[in-house]
Write a protein of this length. Structure first.
Length: 416
């Protein structure tokens, strides 16, 4: 039997041994997979699981005035496009009863003579009854009503004469007064036009690529959560080298024809296969939940497994240079959590400051998350994916070679 055949046989035996041992420890798999799901679920719940809109204030409007301004105010509040307020016209008695039952945020009562008082800038009063069981939304309504008073004040400062003449013309039917009011209004608007009337339409010519459809928060976090799970798996699987060293298994392996290099190859192969199974299941579930093609899920799983194997080799190399098993665990955590924080797992790149997001995309897992996001939800480039996979595979081989040199030298003998 040639040396290559001996190496392959030993690697296969090591891979089968590790594969069997991992599947006999379902608790470890549950922890590696469950932690990202818990973190992702908490983030989604904290920000609204379905991207729900902000709460809206419910305002009841009871008007006793038949004038134009009272009607305009009621229409403005009940317009469907009115900010954060949903308003409804009611009779005052019915509105007070509903406020008493806590069925609305506030009741706005418009008194008789309101329109004439505003036209002539004479005192008038709007009555606002708020719901005492609510705190934030009633304050929003109060601010809106107070803003109305400010608008009326400044409108009179700019267009006061025109408003009064228009009011008198409307009741007297004098066409000359109407024309005079229009001229005064035009002059007032010309004075304040540079400050309150910016250009209504601005045209900018630009070429934009087709925008991807909007996704919910859970879909935006899905690629990062999958990479997070594989990072935790890689860090946990890399601890095997210390378990085998402390149990004496690694020292015995070095004396066999297959050597420690074949054992390392088997570990990386078993880790890759395990991560591929996890990634396939997770990607298929994401395809069903977020409605993207299954071929995207398959490509995404292959990409995740390759990235996970590279991280497994990286964490293994890091732990091979630790002085104790505890130090190896600390080193692994010191690398995992900064990568997760910068790599878009806790905060999406779109929500980060641009300078920090630029750094995060250059981290290994941040770059992998960006590629996976395009694979699952975007328009990815096959050539970019091929070059990325080739570069990752070469990096994996280099890391595996460095691990093999370290294992067959000082580490397997127990030297620090």
């Amino acid at each position: 039997m040639s040396s290559a055949q001996v190496f392959l046989f030993a690697a296969w035996a090591a891979a089968r041994r590790d594969w069997t041992r991992r599947w006999r420890d379902p608790l470890a798999l549950a922890v590696w997979l469950g932690l990202p799901l818990v973190i992702g679920g908490l983030i989604v719940l904290a920000n609204g699981s379905r991207g729900s809109a902000a709460p809206r204030a419910s305002v009841l409007v009871a008007s006793h005035d038949q004038g134009l301004l009272a009607d305009l105010l009621a229409q403005a509040l009940t317009n469907e496009r009115t900010g954060s307020i949903d308003a409804e016209r009611v009779e005052e008695q019915a509105g007070r009863a509903r406020i008493g039952r806590g069925e609305a945020t506030a009741l706005l009562v418009i008194p008789a003579g309101f329109s004439a008082a505003v036209w002539n800038e004479t005192p008038t009063r709007l009555e606002l009854v708020t719901n005492p069981s609510q705190r934030i939304l009633p304050a929003l309504v109060e601010e809106s009503v107070e803003l109305l008073g400010e608008l009326v004040f400044y409108a009179h400062r700019v267009l006061g004469d025109a408003l009064r003449q228009a009011s008198n013309a409307a009741f007297g039917g004098n066409e000359l007064e109407v024309a005079r009011a229009a001229v005064l209004a035009q002059r007032g608007l010309e004075r304040v036009r540079p400050y309150v009337l910016p250009p209504a339409l601005e045209v900018r010519a630009s070429v934009r690529s087709a925008e991807r459809p909007k996704r919910g928060l859970a879909a935006a976090f899905a690629p990062a959560m999958l990479l997070m799970a594989l990072l935790f798996m890689a860090e946990g699987l890399a601890d095997d080298v210390w378990r085998e060293r402390l149990s004496g298994t690694l020292r015995r392996v070095v004396t066999t024809p297959g050597s420690a290099a074949s054992s390392l190859a088997g570990k990386l192969g078993a880790g890759w296969a395990l991560m591929l199974c996890v990634a396939l299941v997770a990607s298929a579930a994401a395809a069903v939940a977020f409605d993207f093609a299954l071929w995207r899920a398959a490509l995404g799983a292959l990409w995740c497994a390759l990235i996970g194997a590279a991280f497994l080799a990286l964490f293994t190399l890091l732990k091979l240079f630790a002085s104790t098993q505890r130090a190896a665990s600390v080193l692994g955590n010191l690398l995992v959590f900064p990568l997760l924080m910068l790599g878009g797992s806790f905060v999406p790149f779109a929500a980060m400051p641009e300078s920090l997001a630029r750094i995060g995309r250059f981290t290994p897992n941040g770059w992998a998350v960006s590629v996976l996001d395009e694979l699952l939800f975007g328009a990815f480039s096959p050539s970019t994916l091929a070059f990325g996979a080739a570069g990752t595979f070469l990096t994996l081989l280099a890391l595996a070679g460095a691990c093999a040199l370290r294992m067959t030298s000082a580490f397997a003998r127990g030297d620090s």
